[in-house]
Write a protein that binds this ligand. Structure first.
Ligand code: SF4
Length: 235
């Protein structure tokens, strides 16, 4: 576990409950300016947030964690979103390539120690990527996992030491897809092939009808989160 960090830009955080996602994004953009970034994993929710940011022309930095083992369909979606909205989504990579990681930790670390693999390929790169910023936007929704059930629209993120903005926290699955269809937002082709939640290719499988949307993530393991949205330990 990571120790809790003080916020880099300590401010009184408002209670924005009831505000629309766009109102939350506008507030964050005005409040933090160039100190605001959005980390997208290219899930359906992330595509919605990019659509909202781009159509409102909010000057928000955009990046993704490129673990090196994303699906080809995800890399294709990355290109589609940049072309559609005229934006640049920076790729943030781990210190080690997959080949270098295999030399140190052995092959397919994700099968043996997925928490260590996520730490090396997601959590550490995210911490480094967030270091210059005062606030970050995420696309998490409360109904996705028990860990996300208490997410607020704006909240302190003491794990990474900045403010966390969750404009879709109160959205339902149907809200997300209604927005995608209404605005013709590009989305991952895998969603139409039984993958409601998409992460790295080695750790994501399709789900059967009736299964939980995240049942295909780290299937066969109790792991449910990468570690990006879990809390820091109290100081
Ligand atoms: S999702 Fe899998 S491959 Fe990706 S960083 Fe985590 S353990 Fe590694």
């Amino acid at each position: 576990m990571t120790a809790a960090l003080p916020l880099r830009a300590p401010t009184e955080l408002p209670d924005l409950e009831g505000a629309s996602a766009l109102e939350v994004l506008r507030w964050a953009s005005e409040q933090y300016g160039p100190g605001l970034t959005f980390a997208t994993g290219f899930g359906a929710e992330g595509c919605v947030v990019i659509d909202l940011i781009a159509r409102a022309r909010l000057p928000v930095d955009l990046f993704t964690l490129d673990t090196g083992v994303l699906f080809p369909e995800t890399y294709e979606l990355w290109r589609q979103l940049e072309a559609r909205y005229g934006v640049t989504i920076r790729g943030v990579t781990p210190v080690q390539t997959i080949a270098a990681q295999e030399l140190v930790h052995g092959p397919r670390l994700w099968e043996r120690e997925p928490d260590r693999c996520c730490d090396l390929r997601k959590v550490r790169p995210l911490r480094a990527a967030l270091a210059p910023f005062d606030a970050w936007i995420t696309a998490i929704r409360r109904e996705q996992t028990p860990e996300r059930a208490t997410a607020r629209l704006v909240e302190p993120d003491r794990k990474f030491g900045l403010v966390k903005v969750n404009p879709l926290a109160a959205w339902t699955h149907d809200d997300v897809w209604a927005h995608i269809y209404r605005h013709d937002v590009p989305y991952n082709a895998l969603h139409d092939r039984g993958y409601p939640s998409i992460g790295c290719a080695p750790c994501t499988s399709p789900v059967a009808p009736g299964e939980d949307a995240r049942a295909g993530r780290w299937r066969g393991s109790s792991k449910n989160e990468c570690g990006l949205h879990t809390e820091a330990t109290k100081p």
